[in-house]
Write a protein that binds this ligand. Sequence first.
Ligand code: GLN
Length: 450
Amino acid sequence: DVFARTKAVEDKVQGYVTVAEKAALQQAEAVDKKRAAGDTLSALAGIPIAIKDNICTKGTLTTCASKMLYNFKPPYNATVIEKLTAADAVITGKANMDEFAMGSSCENSAAHPTHNPHNLDRVPGGSSGGSAAVVAAGEAPLALGSDTGGSIRQPASFCGVVGLKPTYGAVSRYGLIAFASSLDQIGPFGRSIEDAAMLLDAVTGHDPLHDSTSVKTPFEGSLRANLNADVKGLKIGLPKEYFGEGISDAVRKNVMAAAEAYKAMGAEVFEISLPLVEYALPIYYILSSAEASSNLARFDGVKYGYRTPNAGDDITELYTKSRSEGFGAEVQRRIMLGTYVLSSGYYDAYYKKARAAQRKIREEFANAFEKCDVILTPVAPTTAYEIGSKTTNPLEMYAGDICTVSVNIAGLPGLVQPCGFDENHMPVGMQLIGPRFGEQTLLNAGLAFE
Ligand code: GLN
C-alpha cells in the first residue's frame, strides 16, 4: 500500500508538504463500499493520486510551498479535484514544489527541498519536483502537477517518469493558484504512457462556469481508449537548434538514439530548424514575471495567509512587511522583474516586445507542423544535478529551461518520457511536442517507444 511505502521512504525523499493519510483511507473505504454494493466504477476508482500543492483542495492545506500561504485551507476544490473526486480517485496528499511554482529544482520550497529518488543528493527538478519524486519513489502511482515553463516536463525527465503538459485550454485552471495565467496548465505524471493518458482523460474538459480559457478538446476523455503504437510513416522533426552547444553529451546521445529507434519502427525522421528558440528564455521570463507580479498582488496580509505581527496599525506597513516576510527571495525577484517590465517607460521596450516575439514563436511552430507530425527534442540540457549546486546563480537556473519554455509560449502540448541514463545512472528524458490538441498523436508516439 502506498502509505506503507511513504512511511518507508518519505523521510529521505521528502516529496510531500502534506500527507493526507486519514482522509485518503476514508475515501478508499467509501470506494470499497461502492464496489461491494456492485456499483459501476471508473478506471480511477480507488487509485491513489498526489496533488501539487498549488491546486486547491477543500479543507486541506494548500500552501504553494510558501510561508505566505502556510495556513491556507481553501474553501473550495479546483475543477480537477472535483473531477477526480467524482471518479472516486483517492488523494494521497499535497506534493512539494518551488514556491509559487517559480523554480526548476524544488529548492525554492519554503517547506524543505525534495530529493531525487534515483540519487538523494540530487534535485528532482521543478517546480513540480514533489509530484515527480513521489511517483518515481512509488509513493503514489499518479500525480498532478502544473507547467508554466516546463514544470511538469523537466521534473519528469529528472526523475525518470512520464509527464504531459497539455495544450493550453485542455484542462481547467480553476483552483490552480495562478503564476502566469496565459501559460499555466495542469497535467499528469505517471509511470507509463497509459497511466498519463488515463489521468489526463479524467481531468480534461471545458469548464464554462469557472475557466473561460478552457475548451472542449477533440479527444475529450478518449485518449487511453485510442492508444495505438503504430508510428509507420509518422513524420518526426528534429530541430537542430535543440541539439547544439550547451546540451550535454549524455542527453544528446540518448535523445538521438530515440530518433534512431523511431526510424527503425518506420517513422520518417528528419532535421528541421526552429531558430527563434534563441529568444525563448527572455520572452518567457518577461511574460511570466509580468503576469506573476499582477497575480501575486492579492497576497497582501489582509485576505488570507501570512500577516506580519510587526506592522503596528499602519496599513502600508502591513502590506509591505507581510509581503517581504511572506514571500521567498525568488518570488520577490520575479515580482520586481514583472513590475519593472510593466512600468510606464519600459512597457514598450520589454513587455510589448515580448508579446510580439511570442507571436513569432507561435508562427514558427505552426510552420514546422506543416512539415512534421511531432517534434522530438531534449527536455533539459543536463540530467539532475546536485542539491545546492545552482542556487547561488538564478540566471544559470533559468538557462536550464531553454528546451521547455517555447512550448508554453506557443500553447502547445509536450510529452516527456524516459529514454535512457547518463554515466551516473541518472535518468535522461525526451520531449515530444505536438500541434494544438495533438495529445493523442504524442501519446501514441510515446507508447511506440516505451
Ligand atoms: N522553471 C520555470 C520557472 O522558474 C518554470 C516554472 C513552471 O513551469 N512553473 O519559471
